[in-house]
Design a protein around this ligand. Sequence first.
Ligand SMILES: CC(C)(COP(=O)(O)OP(=O)(O)OC[C@H]1O[C@@H](n2cnc3c(N)ncnc32)[C@H](O)[C@@H]1OP(=O)(O)O)[C@@H](O)C(=O)NCCC(=O)NCCS
Length: 175
Amino acid sequence: MNGSELIRPTKELVPQIKAFRDEFINSLNWLHGAQGLRYIEDPEEWLEYSKRLENEETVPNGSSPYTQFVYLRKTDMKIVGMLGVRHRPTEPIETWGGHVGYCVCPSERRKGYAKAMLRDVLPYCKSIGLDRILLTAGDENKGSVRTILANGGVLENYVLSPRHQIMVGRYWIET
Ligand SMILES: CC(C)(COP(=O)(O)OP(=O)(O)OC[C@H]1O[C@@H](n2cnc3c(N)ncnc32)[C@H](O)[C@@H]1OP(=O)(O)O)[C@@H](O)C(=O)NCCC(=O)NCCS
């Protein structure tokens, strides 16, 4: 999207990470695609945690490496969204999870940021060997479903999400 960039979070963005987290915590929204940020209040600690998730050697419990991105609006240097990529569709990802999760600040929704973030991460996914990525969304999450469809998502089937106890659609996007 013009004027915004999908980048890896760094220490220079500590105030923006804090502001992003505060907005979510205050709105009681889920922080999809910002792994650990709900529970880790200190942005520097969260940055270190994110770094550990990136590598096979340091990711906890032998789960998939995970790369964190933020979507930075250059005009006012605000983080408007976050997006995370899991490198491998390990269990339970291959049934009800997915490679990519994302969220947009409640105050910045319906401006096209989710569609743009997802589009912008596709080259990165390809670069780590993912020729196609899996995303899941319940039909009630119309914003997420439309974000996926706008990026070429093709519905494979519906499965029960044990975590949320709802049926979620499994969509594949070619990178
Ligand atoms: C889902 C979410 C990421 C959408 O972000 P967004 O920046 O508002 O989405 P966009 O502005 O790019 O809109 C994408 C499409 O969804 C539609 N849309 C967005 N929110 C919608 C809503 N609440 N109801 C219906 N349609 C909606 C837009 O109109 C657009 O559709 P179009 O391409 O047909 O015009 C955001 O609502 C969010 O952060 N939700 C909480 C976290 C979450 O559910 N993440 C997804 C699961 S991993």
